[in-house]
Design a protein around this ligand. Sequence first.
Ligand code: PRT
Ligand code: ZN
Length: 283
Amino acid sequence: MLRIAVQSKGRLHDDTMSLLRESDIKVSESKRTLLVRARNFPIETLFLRDDDIPATVADGVADVGIVGLNELEEKGANAEIIRHLGFGACRLSLALPKDETYNDPTWFEGKTIATSYPAILRRWLKSQGINATIHVISGSVEISTGVGLADAIFDIVSSGSTLVTNNLREVETIMHSDAVLIANKQLDAEKRAVLEEMLFRFDAIKNAETKKYVLLNAPQNKVEAITALLPGVKSPTVMPLAESGWCSIHTVIDEERFWEIIGKLKAEGAQGILVMDIEKIIV
Ligand code: PRT
Ligand code: ZN
């Protein structure tokens, strides 16, 4: 049995639960109890505040956990990063009242900075050789400068709209973060095996996320030119159509590349192009 710590509510909760669901790991959330066993997989989920996840995994109370990289870095917990999961993407940045003139980090010398991430900020200030006062607050960091609590803030930024609303300007990005799967460093063989199976499923979902399944019809004499434009997982499948001189080509391509090559495909005579989402890819 592998115990996984996940955020009980908040920004990472829904994406974490969807990832488990898409991996066919069925965890009932209806009772909202602290510890819930999956119905069809040797996993139990431990629902916690994100602040508690790094230490819980490092101590072995949970075997693995899903938490923001920012939270792991802040707590300095001794856990292994197994995968970056891509969701919950954000950055940790320093921001100032928007009319302040800013040239370089020496601006912060002797200033007061409000944050919920003092350890990460302290490390950065030290690396820059700057002395500043850190004012630790647990929420609403963005209003600190407006109410005279601090000269600047160090906080999570995603779209940037919270900064704009509070008349702040981002001047330094200290780190980028996303949700990471972390593990205790001393998992036994049985737990490792469950983790491997879970990773196999996570990876199949991640592989599929940026890929599309493409079907198109092509004149037989253009197959070579068209397949040259369509690198598949291995190579495209080419099948004859009932109408002589035509065939159907099936392949998997990066979604981003599709728009780049669509014009070329049409120019080569491709017709009836269908693009479909893929649920999972096992490579
Ligand atoms: O209750 P619990 O302690 O579990 O949750 P929490 O309130 O501490 O954290 P929560 O749920 O807000 O965030 C969990 C994690 O989501 C963070 O640790 C980050 O890794 C990640 N994440 C991603 C974010 C954001 N994006 C985000 N935008 N966490 C917070 N924000 C906040 C930020 O603090 C700021 O107030 O959103 C605001 C900025 O957003 P923009 O879009 O206006 O720039
Ligand atoms: Zn928290």
